[in-house]
Design a protein around this ligand. Structure first.
Ligand code: DGL
Length: 262
């Protein structure tokens, strides 16, 4: 049994695990990237539900986590209610765009949301906006190219290459006169500092790490400890064996053990 399992379509959600470990270093965590089905953002709702149900049942069977963090906005907005119904014994924490936080920060009342094509289309955002930011304009942008760059290249890319990859999104929201940009796909949190640097003072970059991790921690009692304080990275498949070296870099960077294929 582990304390927390994190799930995303790839490496996107790892900064969420890192954030949680900073708050509770002795937590035992596993991280699963459903890389065999990456990218989720270009799938239909039905495909997303099917893939998530499949990988979640494998995670529960093998690790029996005390709580599962869906560290993926696309999976969360499409499947949280289905998951809670299918696995009523398991605690799920979802990740949704930080619209409430953005509303608290925006002075111009113009908020940018950078996410996957699927998340952008989901009515959940409109509900969040109507609830927490009804007087704001929400400017939407899907960026599958940047997500793919982060998943497949960013960990071994130069800073220059990363700046080039994030610049179109930053320019888009600056031109739209937004003063806040929400990282509404967990992949972007891997480059959050760089996106802030490229944006300068004109735009504040926000994401949902704090809210998600605090919610997850509130569900698992600190005294009810699992013996090993580990962080292990699993994936569900790679295109070719050479991709494995990318995961070695990732494990080193985030101080994780390599768990192999789930
Ligand atoms: N990281 C995921 C999210 O937060 C999705 C990336 C993808 O597979 O398209 O939405």
């Amino acid at each position: 049994m582990v304390d927390f399992a994190f799930l995303d379509s790839g490496t996107g959600g790892i900064p969420y695990l890192t954030y949680l470990k900073r708050l509770r270093p002795d937590a035992s965590c596993i991280y699963v990237g459903d890389t065999a089905n990456f990218p989720y953002g270009e799938k239909t709702h039905e495909q997303i539900v099917k893939c998530v149900l499949n990988v979640i049942s494998r995670i529960i069977e093998r690790f029996n986590p005390k709580a599962i963090v869906i560290a993926c906005n696309t999976m969360s907005v499409n499947t949280l209610d289905v998951l809670r119904e299918a696995f009523p014994e398991t605690h799920f924490v979802g990740t949704v765009p930080a619209i409430k936080l953005a509303s608290a920060v925006s002075k111009k009342r113009r908020i940018g949301l950078l996410a996957t094509s699927s998340t952008i289309k989901n009515p959940y955002n409109i509900d969040l906006k109507n609830h927490f930011a009804s007087d704001c304009e929400l400017v939407l942008r899907a960026d599958p190219e940047l997500i793919s760059f982060i998943e497949k290249k960013s960990f071994t890319a130069t800073e220059e290459e990363c700046i080039k990859a994030v610049t179109p999104a930053v320019d888009f929201f600056k031109k739209s006169d937004c003063d806040v940009m929400i990282l509404g796909c967990t992949h972007f949190t891997n480059l959050a500092e760089l996106i802030q640097k490229v944006s300068g003072d004109q735009m504040k970059i926000v994401d949902s790490r704090e809210g998600v991790c605090k919610r997850a921690l509130s569900l698992v009692n600190e005294d009810d400890k699992t013996e090993v304080a580990e962080s292990r990275l699993f994936i569900t498949g790679f295109e070719n064996e050479s991709d494995k070296s990318e995961y070695d870099v990732i494990c080193k960077r985030f101080d994780m053990e390599w768990g192999g294929k789930l």
